[in-house]
Design a protein around this ligand. Structure first.
Ligand SMILES: [Zn+2]
Length: 300
């Protein structure tokens, strides 16, 4: 491990507290749990140049598919879109913060939702209802949306509380916020350490537990917690398979094969994900799955 082992140097990017305990060393970085808000942060924090390089060409999956959700995506995410549509009271305008390639917008539209997106690193071709911009100043009027989603976004942000405060401002009273992030209490993280796929250093700056995420959300407004779960059809089986066999990562495979994903490898990846489901579901039931998905209703 390099010279970053003294947590006294650490200053929490969310609450400003110093000190904390190192929970994992990953080579060039360590992960430190803040003694006050318990959010785990990456240290040292990557520079702007490092982050820009990490999000540059190749961050988005298959460029040809941008904005067009494939069958696998639809199968895995339809339950989420259906749930959101059923939770929307008095309107169905949705903002996907961190909408990326826009796939969730298209899917939400097919469930009758009026879907908008915002992303700082939106790839070209993601659609006209997707704005490129900062989450802390989205430009929409207060209370404009009945639904706000943040799928694997908060862990990327230097200031996750500011984004949550904006989500609160944008939601109407009784509006619903759905958040999904990697789980700092994941059993696979405890077992696999730095090989855990959702670490994604250096782009993941924060890791949350159910408690620390709940407290952060509560710090920006008054909410009713509707549900907490630890399983995603889209993220969970893949996270376990890619922790054991990182070479199957679609982006890495495409890089090695001139942009193609050979059918045999794709089939093997799919079969392994299906085989992983019982183990992944078990960790989820223990509250130690790879992800946290929390749904809140704004009270005021
Ligand atoms: Zn803190």
């Amino acid at each position: 491990m390099s010279g970053y082992t003294r947590p006294a140097l650490y200053r929490c990017h969310v609450c400003g507290e110093t000190g904390g305990s190192t929970i994992l060393a990953t080579g060039a970085h360590i992960l430190v749990r803040c003694p006050s808000c318990h959010i785990v942060g990456l240290w040292p924090r990557p520079s702007e140049a490092e982050l820009t390089a990490a999000y540059a060409e190749g961050y988005w999956d298959a460029p040809a598919k941008i904005g067009r959700p494939g069958l696998a995506y639809r199968l895995r995410m339809s339950g989420v879109a259906r749930r959101l549509a059923s939770l929307a009271k008095g309107g169905a305008r949705l903002l996907d913060m961190g909408s990326g390639d826009g796939a969730f917008l298209r899917l939400a539209e097919s469930f009758g939702l009026d879907a908008w997106g915002i992303d700082r690193y939106a790839p070209a071709g993601a659609g006209s209802r997707q704005h490129e911009g900062d989450f802390t100043a989205t430009g929409f009027e207060s209370g404009y949306f009945q639904l706000v989603t943040m799928f694997h976004v908060l862990e990327h942000l230097p200031d996750p509380r500011a984004a949550l405060a904006e989500a609160h401002r944008l939601l109407a009273v009784d509006g619903v916020l759905m958040i999904e992030v990697p789980n700092a209490d994941s059993l696979v993280l405890a077992l696999a350490g730095r090989r855990w796929q959702p670490l994604e250093i250096p782009t993941h700056l924060s890791f949350f537990s159910t408690d620390s995420l709940n407290r952060l959300v509560e710090s920006v407004g008054t909410w009713e917690l509707l549900s907490t779960s630890h399983f995603s059809w889209r993220a969970s089986p893949a996270a376990l398979v890619l922790t054991v066999l990182p070479g199957l990562q679609p982006k890495a495979v495409r890089r090695r094969n001139g942009g193609r994903y050979p059918v045999a490898l794709a089939a093997m990846y799919l079969v392994l994900q299906i085989l992983a489901i019982p183990a992944v579901a078990g960790t989820a039931l223990l509250g130690r799955g790879c992800i946290i998905r929390m749904i809140f209703r704004k009270k005021q």
